[in-house]
Design a protein around this ligand. Structure first.
Ligand code: ZN
Ligand code: ZN
Length: 277
């Protein structure tokens, strides 16, 4: 199982000299297992994933694209995901219905005129659009299971846990924990995962004060969740677009005092999971 980050910022892409180490693209993570690709969120980082897939697949490619929700930082890269424009490719999309509107209609809207010159119909490699209900479990591909959970975020989001023989990866973005501390259902969902990817755009005092109700977590809440869930490795991600690389890396020592096996997710971060069976 190969995990690769392609975009690790929240809200808006932030290219520039202060974001070169972590990268400025918005949220996208891929997991590859036995030649099959799972993608989690289609922020601007999915553009580079598309280039990677085109460079490394000799014939057609395909897989599943899971969308946590439809804020722009999670879907804005899809119109630039070049494998989607090839009819020989087969990508299956998964996302929630919102206010009676289905996944296909929601995604097609951002490519309608006058917002974009090419309609989503041209993306012939996007072959099915599947509704996901938080809490359900899907058997996607041989030996791969996806669990889902409701996240607390404006208009709602979905968290995912991927299980296969090589290990488990849990992705929690975007989510605000309750006032009482970290949320027990999230801890339970992430229990004993090999990798927890948890969003962490804010400082602890921000989630208690000016950013309360914005639907996000602090690095401290992410670390406390990782500790309580007994995961092996925590990646902080969905970094605040207003903070430089240096400011984000300054959090690492503090987060490691709460949970030692903490890392900062960057656009060049990857991990290989293997487990003898
Ligand atoms: Zn977001
Ligand atoms: Zn969001």
């Amino acid at each position: 199982m190969e995990l690769q980050f392609w975009g690790v910022r929240g809200s808006i892409p932030v290219p520039g000299s202060e974001t070169l180490k972590i990268g400025g693209n918005t949220t996208c993570v891929s997991i590859q297992h036995n030649g099959y690709t799972l993608v989690f969120d289609a922020g601007s980082g999915i553009r580079n994933l598309g280039k990677h897939l085109e460079a490394n697949s000799h014939a057609s490619s395909g897989g599943c694209i899971f969308l946590s929700h439809y804020h722009w930082d999670h879907i804005q890269g899809l119109p630039f995901f070049t494998p989607a424009f090839r009819a020989e490719n087969r990508f299956h999309l998964f996302g929630e219905r919102k206010k009676g509107v289905d996944l296909h209609a929601i995604l097609a809207e951002q490519m309608q005129t006058p917002y974009f010159p090419v309609p989503m119909d041209a993306q012939e490699g996007l072959v099915t659009f599947n509704e996901i209900r938080p809490g359900e479990t899907l058997d996607i591909h041989a030996g791969m299971t996806i669990h889902s959970i409701r996240l607390n975020h404006p208009s709602g989001a979905v968290g995912f846990r991927i299980e296969c023989a090589d290990g488990s990866v849990c992705i929690i973005t975007d989510h605000e924990h309750s006032d009482d501390g970290i949320d027990a259902p999230i801890v339970e969902f992430a229990k004993n995962a090999d990798i927890l990817i948890h969003e962490a755009p804010y400082e602890p005092e921000e989630t208690r004060g000016p950013r309360k109700g914005w639907g996000h977590s602090s690095w401290e809440e992410a670390a406390l969740t990782a500790k309580a869930a007994n995961v092996k490795t925590l990646f902080l991600s969905h970094h605040d677009h207003e903070r430089s690389d240096d400011e984000i890396f300054q959090r690492l020592d503090k987060a490691r005092q709460v949970f030692e096996a903490t890392e900062i997710a960057t656009e060049t971060t990857s991990r290989t999971l293997t487990r003898a069976v």
